[in-house]
Ligand binder design. Structure first.
Ligand code: NAP
Length: 248
């Protein structure tokens, strides 16, 4: 999928990775950029068309799909993260909220835009996932569950949309320097770098992009013995030694 002359719809485009996606697709020659935001007054980037969109509101999503009938690339970027483990007192409410935005949101958008993409020749869906799709830690347990669900969604959509020629790309990454990770004192990638790598992969026809070193190492670690998802996340050993060696 080439970005030049594409018509791109981005959820959560007012800040963080969504804003970086909007800037980069404009720079790569997108014809039209629909910038979804819960509060469109927060959209200040010139050159985009503001769309009021809360991914949890079915009526917003339906209105967006009926208005933006020329979309060829849907970027499911909007997401939330809340700290806490599965055994914390509010874990069920927290899990519901994060599944709503991080799983049902992209599902709702994908359902609404799949016919639009099909009518426009196939196009592509890019789902912003995380290394938390693969490993789970008490700090972000329900977030991880929601991203695992979104990963399954991405893999399933790819099969369901193959017949209409829609490319489905899942992007995995570790920490990125946005509001979402404010207060987390760990190495982070710049949103601009992650977005460039992701769009390079999209333009190369990829179905999965491991956008930083942590994603690359953890992906390898899934098949290591023991698998990375079995390791104690509180220990200072984010990847198995064998995986570190293999990753160089
Ligand atoms: N930062 C990281 O380390 C990291 C790593 C891996 C994956 N990700 C994923 O990357 C994506 C973007 O995150 P970010 O780091 O850019 O976070 P961010 O700076 O906190 O931005 C999140 C964006 O999502 C929007 N959003 C949240 N709930 C929404 C809803 N119900 N409807 C519509 N928009 C909604 C926010 O809008 P408001 O301004 O209205 O709140 C904001 O535009 C998320 O899916 C996140 O899970 C982030």
């Amino acid at each position: 999928m080439k970005i030049r002359n594409a018509n791109v719809f981005i959820t959560g485009a007012n800040r963080g990775l969504g804003l970086a996606f909007a800037r980069e697709v404009l720079a790569r020659g997108a014809r039209k950029v629909y910038a979804g935001a819960r509060d469109p007054s927060k959209l200040t980037l010139p050159g985009v068309e503001a769309i009021r969109l809360d991914v949890n509101r079915a009526e917003d999503v339906a209105a967006a799909a009926s208005r933006c009938t020329d979309v060829t690339l849907l970027i499911n970027n909007a997401g939330i993260a809340a700290v806490g483990g599965f055994l914390s007192v509010d874990s069920i409410e927290s899990a519901r909220a994060q599944l709503e935005t991080n799983f049902f949101g992209p599902l709702r958008l994908s359902q609404a835009f799949a016919p639009v993409l099909g009518a426009n020749g196939g196009g592509a869906i890019l789902n912003v996932l995380s290394v938390a799709s693969w490993i789970n830690a008490p700090m972000l347990a329900m977030y991880g569950a929601s991203k695992s669900a979104a990963w399954a969604l991405t893999n399933g959509l790819r099969h369901e949309l193959r017949a209409q020629g829609t490319q489905v790309l899942g992007m995995h990454v570790g920490f990125v320097d946005t509001d979402l990770t404010r207060g987390i004192d760990l190495p982070k990638s710049s949103p601009e770098l992650i977005v460039r790598r992701t769009l390079d992969a999209l333009e190369a026809g990829a179905e999965e992009v491991l956008a930083d070193e942590r994603a690359r190492q953890l992906k390898q670690g899934l098949s290591a013995e023991p698998g990375v998802y079995l390791l104690d996340p509180s220990a200072d050993a984010p990847v198995a030694p064998a995986v570190s060696a293999a990753a160089g």
